[in-house]
Ligand binder design. Structure first.
Ligand code: LLP
Length: 429
């Protein structure tokens, strides 16, 4: 059973999201539909920010916009006081267009092209470098006022191998001795202000992996400070805070996280003479995952001698996580919230691959064609990883705020699918 948390509510057997009926939303905007709660994004931000600032005053949260880059989401977090972690020129452009000023954007890309570095320099954002090659090419273009280096702290963690971003197998970050060379190079070139960064992975529900990585990371910061003479304006420990997806997942205890991480941070920064830099984090998932559900309608009930399938209109083109990582997403039947009788279903999308299942062998109320399903925790890496695979238009997104709803991204249409393609009379001969 999924326990309902804000913004979800069962009103007389019907799912309401932030006071709005899921049925009405599906009727007005059609499905598949991403429904985002403004209130929940704000409360997630405030909960995390206050849990951290009660232990340390100088905190900045760089929202990892790869999780959800809708303008509406960016604007909400901008007004909360967030900064942004961007990983591509496209993300920088989107953040700037949504109203973030360049001084609130930190770029943390990998395998960055030289023309992309030029774009970043022209955009005036702070760059977090991921390799000596990137640094050398950057310095040939311009010497930035502030620079940060992404350190590989030798240990990573994450909900899936694909989401572990530190340690021996990882392409990310710079290893200890080379970190010193990078800061020396930057200092010699005339860079005046510095930060330091790590990001160990994504979907972490325990504090322990953060503590191990932080210990190593801060020891590297100490060497850079002592041997290269660098003072840090900010120390960025990355993102990775998980959210519970499965009913048995225990949420991360934010207060325990903050107490343990910040007491280690304060002890080491003081012991190593690192002063009082900003403590930065880059949460993506934590801020937006549970602020959004994906509504999808059942169009087909199909029984085989072996299985029962509920065919829906959202496949891995709309929500990739189950197919890509085997991720679990809770599913509610929005129009049968009191139903108790259950059967096991594979919830299958319209994509022509057998891996196109939003859920496998999932116990759900008895389903009929026309039922409306709500796929939970769809706000992080949902729309942002969606595609036009099988030549299907992407879904629409609506934002809920105080019982009002606004379309914040139009559903794509058939002509969006062919945009940019060239037809030549010659080819058909
Ligand atoms: N900072 C950096 C440099 C990152 O690469 C990421 C995520 C984050 C912050 C934010 O991590 P978060 O707080 O959201 O865990 N598509 C996968 C997640 C990939 C995350 C990649 N990097 C998923 O759906 O689970």
């Amino acid at each position: 059973m999924n326990t309902l948390t804000e913004p979800l509510e069962n009103r007389n057997g019907q799912l309401f999201i932030d006071g709005v009926s899921a049925r009405d939303l599906a009727e007005e905007f059609d499905t598949p539909l991403y429904v985002i709660s403004e209130r929940r994004i704000r409360s997630n931000y405030q909960r995390l920010y206050s849990a951290l600032t009660c232990n340390y005053e100088k905190v900045k949260l760089n929202y990892a916009m790869k999780a959800n880059s809708n303008f509406a989401v960016l604007k909400i977090l901008e007004t909360e006081g967030a900064y942004v972690d961007a990983v591509s020129p496209g993300e920088v452009f989107t953040a700037l267009t949504s109203g973030f000023t360049p001084d609130r954007i930190l770029f943390t890309g990998t395998s960055v092209r030289t023309d992309e570095l030029k774009f970043l320099v022209d955009s005036n954002v702070t760059i977090n470098i991921d390799s000596q090659s990137q640094l050398d090419r950057l310095l040939q273009i311009s010497v930035p006022k502030t620079l940060s280096v992404r350190v590989n702290p030798e240990v990573g963690a994450g909900h899936h191998d694909h989401c572990i971003t530190a340690g021996k197998q990882s392409k990310f970050g710079i290893w200890e001795p080379d970190v010193l060379t990078a800061y020396e190079t930057a200092k010699k070139a005339g860079v005046g202000k510095f930060g330091i960064h790590m990001h160990i992975g994504s979907g972490i529900l325990e504090v322990k992996p953060f503590l191990g990585a932080l210990e190593k990371f801060l020891s590297v910061a100490k060497r850079v400070h002592e041997q290269v003479g660098v003072d840090f304006e900010f120390i960025d420990v990355g993102g990775g805070l998980g959210v519970p997806y499965k009913p048995e997942d225990k949420p991360l205890d934010l207060q325990v996280f903050s107490d343990k991480v910040l007491s280690l941070f304060k002890a080491r920064t003081s012991q190593y003479g690192l002063g009082e830099p900003f403590f930065c984090m880059e949460p993506g998932r934590y801020l937006v995952a549970d602020a959004c559900v994906l509504l999808t309608a059942v169009n087909t009930i199909k029984k085989t001698p072996f299985k029962k399938f509920a065919g829906v209109d959202a496949g891995f083109n709309t929500l990739l996580r189950p197919a890509m990582y085997g991720s679990y997403h809770g599913i509610l039947v929005a129009n049968k919230m009191f139903a108790t009788e259950e059967e096991k279903y594979d919830v299958a999308g319209p994509i022509c691959e057998s891996g196109d299942l939003l859920a496998k062998d999932r116990r759900l109320p008895i389903l009929e064609e026309g039922d409306l399903l709500a796929v939970l925790n769809a706000g992080a890496y949902g729309y942002s990883m969606s595609s036009q695979y099988n030549t299907r238009p992407r879904a629409a997104e609506v934002l809920l705020n105080d019982g009002k709803c606004k379309l914040v991204r139009e559903r794509e249409h058939l002509d969006d699918l062919t945009r940019g393609q060239r037809q030549s009379a010659e080819w058909s001969k």
